[in-house]
Structure formats: structure tokens, C-alpha cells
Design a protein around this ligand. Structure first.
Ligand code: ATP
Length: 917
């Protein structure tokens, strides 16, 4: 029975767990506890163990059929065949095992990169550690957007609420407190001073002491949760499984036909059995499902190198068909390196702020007036507000200055420093102290703090989006005096007429417009004096009736590479839509600059316009909207839904906890790797390790390339299967009573696994097509075999089977030995496929593609040809495969004739423009 931590006081929890709130655990203690409690992980269906992986290989129907083949060969006295098939079984199992093992390791490495982190206090310092290293007794920092990494007893809570729906089914987030509870018989939902692993912090901050880790947590006790962790297959993997199964059915049909014909001609049943085995081996694309997984895993490993971490292989497929990318602006399209460029005070004066980076060197230069910023009471008070209502920290280390925390807030601290106001001094000798914080969130678009000054008086310092602050304002400070302003929202136009601050409002709005048109991100600052009674009131009430002090225009330049990335999306038929909390004009100016707004038809829609629209209207205008401005994260969900209703495949970026529903709903949820919260990362399909828009575009590009290469690979592999089945079928259909088997099972295995298998794999790394980012995206439900791929596979396969049959039949008729004739058929198929691979890698024909661009393919083709000649000409090869050395002229004839299916059909396609050949 676990301890009822919720009935313990903070002090007794601390002493019970042998820890300290100030220092946390020491390194030695952590080590001991890690040994005692193990890793803080839920024992999900981790990857398969080596043994399980090995056993899994034997479930393959191919192995089963080969096993029967080996047994039959053994009992019919074909000892060499039996041994050879046995060896092939082993090789196949080992290769498949190794590839799957590598793929699994690759996926595990990727998953590790996405593994959640946590901030704990150790040896007296806050450190970021992988969540799995947490031990009981650790002091854990809790912030909005976190997914709790362990079970904790909460010891400090600032407006902390946690969504525990996954655990308790309760949909409303629970407000948490640190006080001990008396009743020891309450359910999880009522344990207000506890936090549970895997639940989501929806707002506030806090501290907790870890009381349970890994399987000793509440979620660890729920067996059901674990059942959901089974790996899901991607749609493509499922399709591949289906193809493999359908081909087996076709093979069985052909086996039946062949048996009937064989029996009719009085063929011995053993030979019929042998034929059946050959056919089954021929028809099964053994490597297909594994190769799809391998190519996808290889692709995702490559994507990580360009900073895109796909959490699911399915995401890579979807990326290739993305039609619209909805991207946040700040930090994704822009650099998030903020600098205050312009300042405005509520008396109507402008200043230009000079300087570079985080250095405090720079000044406020008056624009069209001569007042020094220090002589403007509202400007100076505004800078005090901007510095105090601020979660960032200014760090001066010798000559170097940096800012830790939110860049927007950092820019304000730097600007204040340029006017001589130092944050650290204000909080120490300046006598200001922060009583309570109401942090920024992009829903309400403002932040405020209660400040106590040197005289012990309280005031509210508020900063936020200028339109939002204006809505909450009751006055402007003009030359040190407050001029009353009547908010217009309640009284309508009448109130405007009676508004003494009307002039200030007009000037303030003109300043907002002016800043926004210069693509500056604009923030307003204000204050409100507070009485003792006010301190007990809710912050939403306190944030009313504020006096506006001024505005700051902050520059956040676009990332230099974004313009090219947006253009490349445009060429690829992928629309880029900016979704931002920023002002419509600022957003539009940047959107124009980076090519998101390209013409007069591209619309800018604001959050409030969105609120006035019903879903139908939204869907109607969606295709023309380039920018959604002043939106809240909640709007994102509506936007994604509207896009999807219009049949778009939508990628959507997000970082906050409120972005989670939209990230989940989007076809590709893209979470920010640096600024993203755990909840966002958990909800996304793709994590951007550098938060950069152009990384999404790179991922789309790679998604398209991977898909292309899979199509190439599959065309090559399936054509070989069709060729092998058809040569046998042709023999049975056309040779009458003289019928003989043109290919032995061993030969077919050789083609599938070596002579064709090797080069086909090299198609997985074929360089991208020239028009990769110039063609329209693939449709959401477009068949894998679209664009006549299916017919092409069948026609090319039949042509190759036909050529192989002709070679076999000719040799038999010419009185050559059966082994010689089989060698002819074998060589013909091998060479047919080697010619064909150069056509497989082109979506038009091989004549339009430089054959030398894929070096691995050339190497693989050369190797494959050499090895196959070894099968034909070496003693060992002849012994094992029952081949006979072909005469020089026969070899050359076969080699040249093998080019015909590819050259003739591709030539036909070039000349007639018929696509299905
Ligand atoms: P994105 O483009 O990624 O949505 P954004 O930064 O443009 O991000 P929000 O973060 O929602 O959008 O900010 C909206 C507005 O809120 C900004 O234009 C600014 O006026 C104001 N704002 C931004 N950060 C703060 C902050 N830390 N404190 C107060 N107000 C802020």
C-alpha cells in the first residue's frame, strides 16, 4: 500500500523522503536511489528483445514455404538443394533480423531525442535532466505546459492547475494547493496537493517533491494504459502488408492452374510440388514490408540531421502530401531576436532607440520634438513598468550582456537600461518588490504584476498588446497627469464624443498603426494604483481601469532563409499561412516581406473577425487567407478544421499547452523543440529541433523524396516477382507435354534477395527528382500505384517473363540440357532486371535521367552482375544452383536481348506518350 502523501505536511514529506527543499538531493544520494528505484519509466511495450526479434523472423510465410521446400528436397534425395535452402533460410533470417534490429535501434535513438526533460534541484542548483533520471525525493519545478514526469507532493503552488482527465476522467483542470489534507480516504481527483505522472499543467507554476517514479506511480498502477502503447503501422506499411498478402493469393491461384496443367500432362507429383514451391517463392516480395520500414527509418534519421524529428514514421508519409503549412510567426518565421526600435509616450512623443543587441549602450533620440526621455514622466514610469512586469533577467558578465528568458521581455529590459534603469538595482536598492505575478499568455495577450514600492504603496504594472490594454484603460498619463478615458466598448459612439482623452486615443492608435506598418511588434505599458483592499481582488478585476503610459515598437527580423523556403513551398503547390498573436498590420508587413502575401487577393483575417464568422464562412475564405492575426491558440483548431474540410493536408505549428488540440488535429502537428512545452511536444507528430520554418519545408521535401524512392523500389521489386511468376506460367501454358520448370526455387531466391534485391535497396537512397518541389502535392488518398505504376509493373514483368521463357524454350528446343536452358532463363531475368532498374528510378523514362547520379546503385548493379556471373560460371555456383556455364555468344545475346523489354517499352512511351507502359 503506497503512503498517503497528501495527508503529510510539507515538512514531514521532506523529512520522510530525506531531502531538502533548498538543496534537493546530492549526487551520491541520487545514485543510490537510482539503483534502488530504477529508471523513472513506465514499462511500456519497449522495443522487442533480441530473441523476440529473431523469433519474429520465423513468422514470415516465406520461411515457412522455404522450410517445406528444404524438407521436400531432403526426402527426395536433393541433398544439395535442401542444404542450400537451409542456408538461405539462415541468411534471410539473419539479414532481416539485422535490418529490423538496426531500424529498431534507429527508432529508439530518435525516441530518446524526443524524451521529455525535467528541471530538478540537485546539490543546491536547478538542473535540466532527462525525466527518466528522476528519483523519489527530487525537488521538481512545475511550469505551465509541463507533463508531470513523476508523482509529486506539491509544496508550492502559484495559480497551479493541472488537467488530470487522463487519470481521473475529470475534464476540468484541478486547482492545486500545498496544504496538507486531513481526510485520508479521498480519491485521486480530490488530492489537491498531489500531482501525478503524465498529467498536464494547464496554468501556473509550482514546486513538488517526487514521491513516486516509474511503475510506482499512480499511472504505473493502471495496466490499461500500457495496452495502448503498441506500435501502430503507417498507412504505407499497412498497404505493403496488403500487397504482400494479395500477391500470395495470386500465387496460390497460379499454383492451382499450374498443378492442373502439370497433372493433365502427367507430370510427377514431386515435380509439381517443386513447381508450387518455386511459384510461391517467386510471388512473395519477401523484403517489401521490411524495406519500407527501413527506408522510412533511414529517412527519419536523415531528417533529424536537418533538425526535424519525426515521432512517427507515418508523419514522413504525410509530410510528402502536405498542401498547407500554418506557421506561427515569432521565432519560427522570425529570428526571435527582439530589439526596441521606437518608443512612444502617452503625451504623443516619439523616440528612436539606438544600439545593438543586448548591450546597454544606446540612446533614446527624440523624433520631431526635443524632450529627453528622462524628462517624460510617462516614458520613465513606462520603462519602470516594462522592467518590473518582466520575467526575463538581464545578465551582465564583464563587457558581455545577455538576457535570460523571453526575448520580447528581454528587449524591454535592454531598452530601459539604455535610459539608465537597471532591473537588478530597481529590485534591490530601488526598493521595488514584486508581490504577485500574473504571467503572459497568448490567450489574454497581456501580463501584469503587483508591485510594492519603497513607500510601501502597491501598484499594478501591466504590459500587453496595445489594443487589449486600451480596452482595459480608463486614462492616459499626459505630462505626469492622468487624463480620464471612457472606454468605448460599453457606451458606443456616444461615449467617444464625451471622452476627454479622445485626442490621446487618436494619437495612440496612430502610433500603433505607425509601428505596425514598419513591421514592429508593439507593446503597451500601463499602471494602476492599488489600495490594500484591492490586493484581495481577482487579477482580472485589477487589470481594469489602468492608465496607459506608452508604447514600444520592437523589431524582430525575419529569418534570412525563410523567404526562399516560402518561395519553394509556393512552387511546390504548398500554401504558407501565418498564424500569429501579433497585430494585423505588423503581421501583414512581415508576411509581405517574406512572400506569404503575394498579391492583392491574399487576405489578412483577425481573431475578432474569425469570432464573427461561422464555420461555413471560414471554410469559404480559408483558401485565400494568408495571415490570421491577433488570434488565440483556440482559433488554431477552427482554422485546421476548416482547412481539412477543404481537403487540405495541413501542417500546423505550436508551442503552448493551448496549442495541443490543434497540433493533435492537424495532419502534421509541428511542435517547437526549443520553446515548445512538453504538452506541445507530446501532441505533435514532428518536432522542430531549431524552431525554424525552413526546417518544416526541408522535412516536406524529404517526405516527398522518401515517398518517391519507395515507389521506385516497389516498382523494381514487384516487377521481378511478376517476371518470375509469368515465366513459369508461360512454360506451363505453352510448352505442352514437354513442360519443364524454367527456374528452380534457388534461382528465384537468388534473384529476389541478391541479384535484384541489392540494387533495388540502392533505390532507397536515389537522389531527388529535379521537379521534386515543383510538382503539386500528392493527394491525400491517392493510391500508391497511381500514375499507372500498377499497370507498368504488370506489363514490364510480363515482358521480362516472356523474354526469359523465350530463352528457356529456345534452349530446350535446341536440344540443350535442362540445366543449360534454366541458366539461360535465369540469366535473362537477372539482366532484364538490371536494365530495368535504370527505368525504375525515373518517373518518365530512363532516357531522361543521367544514369550515373546514384553511385550506390551503380556499385550495386556491378556487384549484382558479378555475383550472378559467379553463380553461372564458378564450380561452386554450378554445384549449388544446378547452372551450366553459358557460351560467350549466348551470354552476350542474353545480355543484349534482356535490354529489349526496357528499351522497347520505354521507347514506346517516349514516342507515343502513353503512360501505362
Ligand atoms: P506567434 O506569432 O508565435 O503567435 P506572437 O508573439 O506574435 O507569436 P503572442 O505571443 O500571442 O503572439 O503575442 C501577441 C501580442 O501580445 C504581441 O503582439 C504583444 O503585443 C503582446 N505580448 C507578447 N509578449 C508579451 C509579453 N511577454 N508580455 C506582454 N505582452 C506581450
Amino acid at each position: 500500500m503506497t503512503k498517503k502523501w497528501f495527508t503529510e505536511t510539507v515538512a514531514s514529506t521532506v523529512s520522510n523522503l530525506g531531502t531538502s527543499t533548498e538543496n534537493g538531493l546530492s549526487s551520491e544520494e541520487v545514485k543510490k536511489r537510482q539503483e534502488q528505484f530504477g529508471s523513472n519509466e513506465l514499462q511500456e511495450q519497449a522495443g522487442k528483445t533480441v530473441l523476440e526479434l529473431l523469433a519474429h523472423q520465423f513468422k514470415n510465410p516465406l520461411i515457412f514455404i522455404l522450410g517445406i521446400g528444404a524438407i521436400v528436397s531432403f526426402f527426395t534425395g536433393h541433398l544439395i538443394d535442401a542444404v542450400a535452402i537451409g542456408v538461405i533460410i539462415v541468411i534471410n533470417v539473419v539479414i532481416a533480423f539485422w535490418q529490423e534490429f538496426k531500424a529498431q535501434k534507429g527508432m529508439e535513438a530518435l525516441r530518446d531525442m524526443a524524451a521529455p526533460m525535467a528541471q530538478v534541484r540537485r546539490n543546491g542548483e536547478w538542473v535540466d535532466i532527462p525525466a527518466r533520471e528522476i528519483v523519489p525525493g527530487d525537488v521538481l519545478k512545475i511550469s505551465t505546459g509541463d507533463i508531470l514526469a513523476a508523482d509529486v507532493r506539491i509544496i508550492e503552488a502559484n495559480r497551479l492547475s493541472i488537467d488530470e482527465a487522463a487519470l481521473t476522467g475529470e475534464s476540468e483542470p484541478v486547482n492545486k494547493k500545498a496544504d496538507a489534507l486531513e481526510d485520508g480516504h479521498i480519491g485521486l481527483g480530490d488530492q489537491k496537493n498531489m500531482g501525478f505522472m503524465t498529467t498536464m499543467v494547464t496554468s501556473g507554476t509550482g514546486l513538488g517533491i517526487v514521491v513516486g517514479t516509474g511503475m510506482q506511480t499512480e499511472v504505473g498502477h493502471i495496466a490499461d494504459m500500457m495496452a495502448n502503447t503498441e506500435e501502430t503501422k503507417t498507412p504505407m506499411q499497412e498497404r505493403m502488408d496488403l500487397i504482400a498478402k494479395s500477391l500470395m493469393v495470386v500465387a496460390l491461384g497460379v499454383v492451382a492452374v499450374v498443378c492442373v496443367i502439370g497433372l493433365y500432362h502427367g507430370m510427377p507429383w514431386l515435380e509439381i510440388l517443386n513447381t508450387g514451391i518455386s511459384l510461391s517463392v517467386a510471388a512473395i516480395p519477401e523484403g517489401l514490408p521490411t524495406v519500407v520500414t527501413i527506408v522510412l527509418t533511414m529517412g527519419s534519421t536523415r531528417m533529424v540531421k536537418s533538425n526535424a524529428l519525426a515521432k512517427q514514421l507515418a508523419a514522413i508519409e504525410t509530410l510528402g502530401s502536405t498542401t498547407v503549412i500554418c506557421s506561427d510567426k515569432t521565432g519560427t518565421l522570425t529570428q526571435n531576436q527582439m530589439q526596441v526600435m521606437k518608443a512612444y509616450d502617452a503625451s504623443g512623443r516619439y523616440w528612436e532607440v539606438s544600439g545593438k543587441g543586448f548591450s546597454p549602450e544606446g540612446e533614446f533620440k527624440p523624433l520631431s520634438h526635443s524632450t529627453d526621455a528622462k524628462d517624460s514622466p510617462e516614458m520613465m514610469k513606462g520603462l519602470v513598468v516594462a522592467t518590473l512586469c518582466n520575467d526575463s533577467e538581464y545578465i551582465q558578465d564583464g563587457d558581455k550582456s545577455t538576457v535570460r528568458g523571453n526575448p520580447t521581455e528581454g528587449a524591454l529590459i535592454v531598452a530601459a537600461a539604455k535610459a539608465g534603469l537597471q532591473q537588478a538595482e530597481m529590485l534591490s536598492s530601488g526598493g521595488y518588490s514584486i508581490v504577485e505575478k500574473f504571467p503572459f499568455d497568448s490567450g489574454r495577450k497581456m501580463a501584469s504584476v503587483i508591485v510594492k514600492d519603497l513607500q510601501g504603496k502597491h501598484f499594478l504594472a501591466i504590459k500587453g498588446a496595445p489594443d487589449v490594454v486600451l480596452r482595459n484603460a480608463s486614462g492616459f498619463m499626459v505630462n505626469g497627469e492622468v487624463v480620464a478615458h471612457q472606454p468605448t466598448s460599453m457606451e458606443g459612439n456616444l461615449a467617444v464624443a464625451a471622452n476627454p482623452a479622445e485626442e490621446m486615443v487618436v494619437s495612440y492608435e496612430a502610433a500603433i498603426q505607425d509601428f505596425a506598418e514598419q513591421a514592429l511588434r508593439t507593446l503597451a505599458v500601463g499602471f494602476r494604483e492599488l489600495s490594500e483592499d484591492d490586493l484581495k481582488r481577482d487579477h482580472t478585476e485589477l487589470e481594469q481601469d489602468v492608465t496607459i503610459l506608452g508604447l514600444y515598437g520592437i523589431m524582430d527580423p525575419p529569418r534570412p532563409e525563410v523567404r526562399a523556403a516560402v518561395d519553394s513551398c509556393y512552387d511546390a503547390g504548398v500554401r504558407t499561412v501565418m498564424i500569429t498573436g501579433d497585430h494585423a498590420l505588423t503581421a501583414a508587413a512581415i508576411a509581405r516581406d517574406i512572400g506569404i502575401i503575394r498579391s492583392e487577393e491574399d487576405l489578412v483575417v483577425t481573431g475578432s473577425q474569425l469570432d464573427d464568422m461561422d464555420d461555413e464562412e471560414l471554410r469559404r475564405i480559408c483558401p485565400n487567407v494568408a495571415v490570421f492575426a491577433r488570434v488565440t491558440p483556440e482559433h488554431k483548431l477552427r482554422i485546421v478544421q476548416a482547412q481539412q474540410y477543404n481537403n487540405e493536408v495541413a501542417a500546423m505549428t505550436g508551442d503552448g499547452v493551448n496549442d495541443a488540440p490543434a497540433l493533435r488535429r492537424a495532419d502534421i502537428g509541428v511542435a517547437m523543440g526549443i520553446t515548445g512545452t512538453s504538452v506541445a511536444k507530446d501532441s505533435g507528430d514532428l518536432i522542430l529541433l531549431d524552431d525554424n520554418f525552413s526546417t518544416i519545408v526541408k522535412a516536406v521535401r524529404q517526405g516527398r523524396q522518401i515517398f518517391d524512392n519507395l515507389r521506385k523500389f516497389i516498382r523494381q521489386a514487384l516487377t521481378a516477382n511478376v517476371g518470375e511468376v509469368s515465366v513459369i506460367l508461360f512454360a506451363f501454358l505453352f510448352m505442352g507435354p514437354e513442360v519443364a520448370l524454367p527456374l528452380t526455387p534457388l534461382m528465384i531466391l537468388w534473384i529476389n534477395l541478391v541479384s535484384d534485391g541489392l540494387p533495388a535497396l540502392a533505390l532507397g537512397v536515389d537522389p531527388e527528382e529535379k521537379d521534386l518541389m515543383e510538382r503539386k502535392p500528392r493527394k491525400r488518398n491517392e493510391s500508391f500505384f497511381s500514375d499507372h505504376l500498377g499497370t507498368r509493373i504488370v506489363i514490364r514483368g510480363l515482358a521480362q517473363g516472356g523474354m526469359s521463357f523465350l530463352a528457356f524454350n529456345w534452349a530446350m528446343n535446341a536440344g540443350l540440357s535442362a540445366n543449360y536452358a534454366q541458366t539461360m532463363a535465369f540469366a535473362m531475368l537477372v539482366f532484364c532486371q538490371l536494365w530495368h532498374i535504370f527505368d525504375s528510378r525515373s518517373f518518365s523514362t530512363l532516357f531522361r535521367k543521367n544514369p550515373f547520379t546514384n553511385k550506390s546503385l551503380l556499385g550495386a548493379v556491378a556487384l549484382s552482375a558479378t555475383l550472378s556471373l559467379g553463380v553461372i560460371y564458378t564450380g561452386v555456383g554450378q554445384f549449388i544452383f544446378s547452372t551450366e556455364g553459358l557460351s560467350g555468344s549466348h551470354l552476350i545475346t542474353v545480355f543484349l536481348a534482356a535490354s529489349l523489354p526496357t528499351l522497347v517499352l520505354s521507347g514506346l512511351k517516349e514516342v507515343t506518350k502513353i503512360k501505362f507502359v
